[in-house]
Design a protein around this ligand. Sequence first.
Ligand code: ADP
Ligand code: MG
Length: 593
Amino acid sequence: MDVIHLLPDTVANQIAAGEVIQRPASCLKELVENSLDAGATHIRVIVKDAGRTLLQVVDNGSGMSETDVRMAFERHATSKIRSAQDLFSLHTMGFRGEALPSISAVAHVEVQTRRPEDEVGTLLEIAGGEVLGQSLCQCPVGTNIKVKDLFYNVPVRRKFLKTDQTELRNLLTAFYHIVLVYPKVQFTFVSNDEILMDLPAATEKQRIESVFGKTGGKPFTSQLVEIAADTELVSIRGFVGKPEAAGKNAQQYFFVNGRYMRHPYFHKAVMNAYSGMLPGELMPSYFIYFDILPEAIDVNIHPTKTEIKFQDEQAVFQILLAAVREALGKFNIAPAIDFNRDGELEMPVKHTITNELPKVTVDPNYNPFHQHNDAIKQQRVPATWNKLYDEQPDFEPQENELFPLGVDELPMNQYAEKYIVVNTQRGLLFVNQHRAHICVLYNQLLDQINESHGISQQLLFQDVWELSADDMVLMNTLSDDLRAVGFDLVQFGQNSYSIAGVPAIMKSADAIAVLKDIVDDVRLSGSTAREQWRKRIALVLASKAAIPYGQRLLEDEMRSLIRELTALTTYRLTPDGKTVAWLLTDDELQKHF
Ligand code: ADP
Ligand code: MG
């Protein structure tokens, strides 16, 4: 008996759907790309429950005829290419004819569509790949497609979806990838009946501004400089962030021929251009648009893959590197920076600026950490301590053991405006003043968040913080806990918060900058449970408010800090695992004499 048979289309489509439509965000991408291919100038995206219940895309594009709309849901049905040859002169986002059949295989789909030349439109309903009905309808020119109950018949996929908050962020990311490269098209994004973004037709720069809004009161784009390079091989334009605006949560985008791409190798080129200008963990933002002959890149791109292969990658790398360097040099950015962060690191940037072609040269062998450590050793630390100084502590201080009589009578001193040296029964205890204070504040703040009794200090002038849509989503999640710890904030319009008060311990800190750091930190740490993000909030605030290095302490101040520290259940490490206290034991000391 023969055993091979063809799979029914419905099954084949479901399998294909697994590749093309992995989550609501991939569905959004496909639908919006179709609207762009149809020449729409206004595209509205409407989602409910992060696309789980509803994902709707409404456009004013060319619409489809009665027969075409039916055809559109057949596999490999496309109006965009006719032969393999066409693949080399592609001017549309789609061409595989897979998206609509895949989507309709795993959801309830309802389309209304009308061409400008038709009096009436068509309404088509499909679910699980089966046509449920088709009729004439009154509707505006363009296409309105509703995808309901995504993955209703694929429970595994449904289960794989993350929380609504995460899926909404995925939707917005997919949305950004498109809106940033089609500034001339007007876009609207509505989530659960709330307009998250309304982006008018604009220039690229204005579009970046309306997507990312203001950071710290400054327009986002004022932190960017323009880059441009026109060569025979490729034309590159766009914007790169000024080094001083680098942050933990940078916006980094490459686009090629109107399409978002990931390109780790080109990313390296950009980072090379910044080398020596950024402290370790901070990243610059960039928005870089490549234009290149379609023949010079691989067009046969998998629908969900965003990596794109260039034929001449090394040459493009060099052109990109030079373009970014020139932009950074031209604006005379390098010399102005001084990263004196946490009092621990100073990074001199060697630079030469010639009159004509500005150039930034950075010493690649310069390692700020090494040099600084050496300096500490030479100037401040007695020679015999060098080795000990770097060793990990291996004791867990027990209050009663170290301080059987409490801390009130113990002699203590400050060393290097950084350590409190306590003369204990078992040896010399070195306590890092900044980190010790972090531990103390962290525990207080965490209590305040949990019990909702943070102490607020009113600001003289209210601050208004304009947020990007995905920061807004996160802020809405965090706002209750931020209020609990003493921020006085109210949502203000669709994408702003007004801030009237800050936790009293923050004193004069820039409220917006602090909130931005919290939001970035929560995102970066991937904290999705309330308990987790409460800890992150407490840690960010504690780190900002803690006694800095370089601050001279009075004996009373040292004593009360040590008293508070040793009252904690554990204090050897900060909440993020850095050493707070280290004991130079008597035994250890004896070995050296
Ligand atoms: P592809 O985009 O690769 O051609 P799709 O399955 O996404 O494949 O769409 C199939 C066809 O349906 C498209 O080629 C296009 O002719 C038509 N189509 C889909 N969406 C729209 C739309 N919003 N407006 C007009 N036509 C559309
Ligand atoms: Mg398509």
